[in-house]
Ligand binder design. Structure first.
Ligand code: FBP
Length: 547
């Protein structure tokens, strides 16, 4: 297989480990834990895995371990560093006993249920060290939540002599990992389940999990390209660039990229919701920045938009909910109507408030809202071209202001969507080290007989040698939430906190960034070179950890 020079050099990179994990370790037990909320209900649902203590690994005496087999699953969207979690896990279990074996389940949780797996041997692992992607075994979005799936999984785990299963996933996958851990514990099947925090979205984090892996590399990849666009923009001085950034619901990616590149505008969905802003409020805010810059002779700029924005605009949320219900009940009638009359039909059927909003939307977006449904009958908001929606509406507003003599500039827009470009990038040193440490820590949790824990590596703004490795009971991160009409135990999703340091730092500077051209050009991720260039954590982490 042909490899690039960087791939060859990067294969030899030895990820940095916390000092405590370099030799033999012992598990130091902390205090018993409680769930973040709804303690009684969570305890009742997880009698075997509730209330367990926090664990920290510290240097200890070497011990002998009987041979064991371990399974691993990659779940959900790709995130840079997944291969290093697996290589850290592999090296960890081999160090415990060279006879230990690692099995990977193919294409996500579905591989466990369908008994689709392969043994991950040293030569396979070596091919994937420090590489991006999840292609070593593939990933998938099958939800592991039903008893018959757990039983099908048990069949193959028993057949392969697997003692522990590591599930690498986001909040939902780790919630399901905990449900599986509880199920196997209740049944006395002797199979441990350990989770690892993954997602570029950065929304799986709490007091004990400082960040999810992949967020660092993905944001650095997007920020490199945003910086390049900003420089182009500041060179030609003729375009407004509207850039949509991935992140299904939380705006952590947009916020981090804003902190790295200092654009003229960055919308944060959580703020839009908290301030009960309408679509028109968002459009007016952007148009005002455009007009103010035009008054200074600057007819150019950059705007960052989080992917999930539409669902956070309260009025849009209400419109989408009514549309979902209406189309679920009247889909056939709607589909029988000629395409050019569908818009008018919907306008005539919705409640007055929603009908007015729908009528105000550009043709293309209105069509996307009424056509694209996922298998559950919901609008696929990620398919909505919010960047085009906003620039079109800003353009209209500016044209109106021009007539009123309130604006006298030129507005020409370019559109971009950065998402998939960053999910499989070669992991930054931070993610390469962090992921390897998470995988290695998972092997230590297994060796210590733990189940229902998430691998945790903390103190991540310090040099890697000082990182603190351990385990957090997954039940500690849970609360009860209404999902599909039922109350369910789930890991709390971490949205952007408006009173958190990253948002406050952004809010304090955004007016200056709007007016001035204060762009920062982060450049590409550096894999070799001085530590201050290669090992820097995200601005989000730096601001959150600055005490
Ligand atoms: P996870 O939550 O599974 O990590 O996935 C995150 C994500 O990359 C979102 O940012 C994005 O909205 C979504 O996956 C896209 O999903 P898909 O890969 O199925 O198109």
């Amino acid at each position: 297989m042909t490899k690039s020079s960087l791939q060859i050099a990067r294969a030899a990179y030895q990820p940095k480990l916390p000092k405590a994990l370099k030799g033999a370790v012992v598990a130091k037990m902390g205090e018993a834990t409680q769930s973040v909320a709804d303690q009684e209900a969570i305890q009742k649902l997880f009698p075997n895995t509730y209330g367990m203590p926090l664990i920290q690994f510290v240097e200890g005496e070497a011990k002998e371990f009987a041979p064991m087999n371990v399974g691993v699953i990659l779940s959900g969207g790709q995130a840079p560093g997944g291969h290093n979690v697996i290589s850290g896990l592999f090296d960890g279990i081999k160090k415990l006993n060279p006879a230990n074996k690692l099995y990977g389940f193919i294409l996500g949780p579905g591989g466990l249920v369908d008994h689709n797996y392969k043994e991950l041997t040293a030569d396979i692992i070596d091919e994937y060290r420090n590489t991006g992607g999840f292609d070593i075994i593939g990933s998938g979005r099958t939800k592991l939540e039903k008893e018959d799936q757990f039983e099908k999984g048990y069949e193959i785990l028993k057949e392969l002599g697997i003692k522990a299963l590591v599930i690498i996933g986001g909040d939902d996958s780790n919630t399901n990992a905990c449900v599986l851990a509880e199920y196997y514990a209740a049944k006395n099947y002797g199979i441990q389940v350990i989770g690892c925090p993954k997602t570029i979205d950065g929304d799986l984090k709490n007091d004990m999990i400082e960040t999810s892996f992949g967020f660092d590399t993905a944001c650095k990849t997007y920020s490199e390209v945003i910086g390049n666009i900003e420089r182009d923009c500041n060179s030609a001085r003729k375009y407004w660039h509207f850039i949509k950034l991935m992140g299904r619901s939380a705006s952590h990616i947009a916020l981090e990229c804003a902190l790295q590149t200092q654009p003229n505008v960055c919308i944060i969905s959580e703020e839009v919701e908290a301030k009960n802003m309408s679509l028109d409020d968002v459009v007016t805010y952007i148009a005002q920045v455009v007009a103010d810059r035009a008054a200074d002779g600057n007819n150019f700029g950059t705007v960052l938009i989080p992917e999930g924005l539409i669902e956070f605009i309260p009025a849009m949320k209400r419109l989408i909910a009514e549309l979902n219900d209406f189309l679920a009940a009247n889909g056939e009638e709607f589909n029988a109507i000629p395409a050019n009359e569908q818009r008018a039909y919907i306008i005539s059927k919705l409640s007055a408030e929603n009908s007015a909003i729908y009528a105000s939307l550009p043709e293309g977006v209105a069509r996307q809202l009424s056509l694209d449904r996922d298998p559950h009958g919901n609008v696929q908001v990620s398919l909505i071209e919010t960047e085009k929606l906003l620039s079109e509406m800003v353009g209209k507003k500016l044209a109106a202001w021009k007539k009123e003599g309130k604006y006298n500039g030129k507005f020409s827009a370019q559109h971009h969507f950065f998402g998939y470009e960053g999910r499989c990038a070669a992991p930054s040193n931070f993610d390469a080290d962090y992921c390897y440490s998470l995988g290695y820590t998972a092997s230590m949790l297994i060796a210590n007989g733990k189940t229902g824990y998430m691998s945790s590596v903390r103190n991540t703004t310090a040099p890697a040698a000082e990182w603190i490795a351990g385990g957090v009971p997954i039940t500690m991160m849970m609360n009860m939430e209404r999902r599909h009409g039922e109350m369910k135990p789930v890991i709390q999703k971490a949205l952007v906190k408006l009173d958190g340091a990253p948002f406050k730092a952004f809010a304090a500077q955004r007016a200056a960034w709007a007016k001035e051209t204060a762009y920062v050009y982060p450049g590409p991720i550096q894999y070799f070179g001085p530590s201050e260039v290669c090992d820097e954590p995200t601005k989000t982490l730096q601001l959150e950890q600055a005490k």
